[in-house]
Ligand binder design. Structure first.
Ligand code: SAH
Length: 214
């Protein structure tokens, strides 16, 4: 067994102990080489259960959070999924293992470019990513079976709920943009509105509307 394989198996065991039980989610994490999504100075930590900086003041999420968000989204293999906040592209690559097509939006051009290079290198041809403000969703491709937001908003963005199919599920961190007092919530679209289930206290970078000035 190569050292990288041993490290990823150790991480998967840790995630299992911490409550990740869905076998499709665990298999998806096993297939995606996280070391290819982190910058060189952090290579040693690629298989540790920790968030890491990725540039532009952003972070690649902790593997446990990626796993619990993926598990909560209940992605089926025929589904069309939207992700807001491509970042390093790691969460996108995990979702792409599980769905038919993933659409992902990022507001920082350098992060998007890096993520797209990784998708090409790993032959993840079912991901379409673009630059933009994800709080507006992707109207041309809506509706979606599932939506995952990987940056924290104070309130549920109504446009994203509109772009979710009936019975669709959305997972997002909600709460204070300062990073304290945030919670991951799982939203289900029902005939009368939405059901909201908080499931994990977290700390995410904020969802910022509009594009950064170049
Ligand atoms: N899923 C990423 C997490 C990156 S952190 C990963 O696995 O690496 C969250 C990302 O959301 C950041 O890259 C940030 O730039 C992006 N973001 C914040 N607000 C956004 C918005 N309105 N539209 C699109 N992306 C946004």
């Amino acid at each position: 067994m190569s050292p990288a394989t041993a490290r990823i198996l150790r991480l998967l065991m840790e995630l299992r102990r911490m409550g990740v039980s869905d076998s499709r989610t665990l298999a998806a994490l096993e297939r995606v080489p996280r070391e290819q999504f982190v910058a060189d100075p952090f290579l040693d930590q690629a298989f540790e259960n920790t968030a890491l900086p990725i540039g532009c003041g952003q972070t690649i999420s902790q593997p446990l959070v990626v796993a619990l968000m993926t598990q909560a989204l209940e992605v089926g293999e025929r589904m069309k999924v939207l992700e807001v906040g491509t970042g390093s592209g790691y969460q996108s690559a995990v979702l792409a293992q599980l769905c038919r097509r993933l659409y992902s939006i990022e507001r920082h051009k350098p992060l998007l470019a890096q993520a797209e290079t990784r998708f090409r290198r790993l032959r993840l041809h079912n991901i379409t990513a673009r630059l933009g403000d994800g709080s507006r969703g992707w109207p041309e491709q809506a509706p979606f079976d599932r939506i995952m937001v990987t940056c924290a908003a104070p309130d549920i963005p109504p446009t994203l709920v509109d772009q979710l199919k009936p019975d669709g599920i959305m997972v997002l961190p909600l709460g204070d943009v300062g990073g304290i007092d945030q919670e991951l919530v799982r939203i289900t679209k029902t005939p009368d509105g939405i059901d909201i289930h908080p499931f994990l206290p977290v700390r995410f970078v904020p969802l910022v509307e509009g594009l950064p000035e170049e």
